[in-house]
Design a protein around this ligand. Structure first.
Ligand code: NAD
Length: 330
């Protein structure tokens, strides 16, 4: 008999890709979220429960009969969202993590995976575009630039202490900018790759892509299927400290726009606006990840963006969104 798995945040982006991956491997999977998956069939999971995991009672229901938990549930979004919404993000995600840890202890779940973030890393190490890639030990002395990052750091400590005091086995990944098809691309919570793909898909030849700051800020981006594969390997490894999962190919946001324009075969200008850019530059050091998991992401950024662009373009067509004119910058 294969293990029974709970995936929280299974209505969201990484969570529903994880459900699909685990089902292909033959696991019995329960998905939990406050919403049904927006872009994939709900019956990809063997069971899907609508539960608000900020409540302990609901976390207890979610973890009944479960061997392992992949915990992706969180109140989150792109940089614009987490810069503006601070208290709500910290309160909701801390409640989810505290109550999930407690429910796993009470229901004797063997192991929990926690999706932490590159946002835990201190701002003072990310002030330049040409950054030194961040290794796991760089997280301290702590100074994350967002409330979102502080909550992730707190929850890393929370799970680590549940492990030492109660024997709950814990696996922690620090994801670095995960992107791909079947994720949020509009409405204010979308991340840069999806937002750029949406803008390029909607743009007419005279439109300019709307960007924050000067577009020279740098990041590395990891395709969602690589992310779930790395997550699965970490979950089934013996490594219980935080581990980077991401890519170490650094690009500017301007370069990403050019890549998407090339994919779409469009020549578009760029327009810059003041706004939250997050840290100036961020890259992942994958030395430890490669050593522990004997694995690294495979999808090239060009190919991954092509898949993402095609999916978003198709969604817009399906939903009869008028193309050829980019809406006003929001
Ligand atoms: P997402 O927003 O698509 O998924 C999170 C899911 O959690 C959503 O479906 C949401 O409805 C659900 N949720 C929120 N509040 C809930 C509640 N009270 N009870 C139950 N479910 C609730 O985000 P994602 O990109 O799939 O991220 C998944 C996890 O990975 C999150 O913990 C996120 O912080 C982390 N992470 C993601 C990235 C990334 O680039 N996508 C990077 C670093 C870390």
């Amino acid at each position: 008999m294969k293990e029974k798995i709970l995936v929280t945040g299974a209505g969201g982006f990484i969570g529903h890709h994880m459900v699909r991956f685990l089902k292909k491997k033959g696991y019995w999977v329960r998905g939990v979220d406050i919403k049904y998956p927006q872009y994939s069939p709900v019956d990809e999971a063997d069971e899907f429960l609508l539960l608000d995991l900020r409540e302990l009672q609901n976390c207890l229901i979610a973890t009944v009969g479960i061997d392992k938990v992949y915990n992706f549930g969180a109140n989150m979004g792109g940089m614009a969202f987490v810069t503006n919404v601070k208290a709500e993000v910290m309160r909701d995600s801390a409640l989810i993590n505290i109550n999930m840890a407690e429910a796993c202890r009470i229901n004797k779940v063997k192991r929990i995976f926690f999706s932490s973030s590159a946002c835990v890393y201190p701002e003072y190490k990310q002030l330049e575009t040409e950054v030194i890639p961040l290794k796991e030990s760089d997280a301290y002395p702590a100074e994350p630039d967002t409330a979102y990052g502080w909550e992730k750091l707190f929850s890393e400590q929370l799970y680590t202490n549940f492990q030492s005091d109660y024997g709950l086995q814990v696996r922690i990944a620090r994801f670095h900018n995960i992107y791909g098809p079947e994720g949020t691309y509009q409405g204010g919570r979308q991340k840069a790759p999806a937002d750029i793909c949406r803008q390029v898909a909607l743009a007419g030849s005279k439109d300019k892509i709307q960007l924050v700051n000067d577009g020279k800020q740098t990041r590395s981006f990891c395709y969602v299927e690589d992310c779930v594969e790395g997550t699965y390997l970490l979950m089934n490894s013996n490594y219980s400290k935080p581990l980077n999962i991401g890519s170490d190919r650094l690009v500017t946001i301007n370069e990403m726009v050019d890549m998407v324009c090339k994919i779409a075969n469009k020549k578009l200008g760029k327009e810059y606006h003041p706004g939250p850019q997050g840290v100036r530059g961020r890259n992942a050091d994958l030395t430890l990840c490669k050593k522990v998991l004997k694995w690294e992401p495979r999808m090239s950024l060009e190919k991954g963006l092509e898949k993402t662009y095609k999916w978003i373009d198709n969604e817009l067509t399906k939903n009869h969104v008028a193309k050829g004119k980019l809406q006003a910058y929001k």
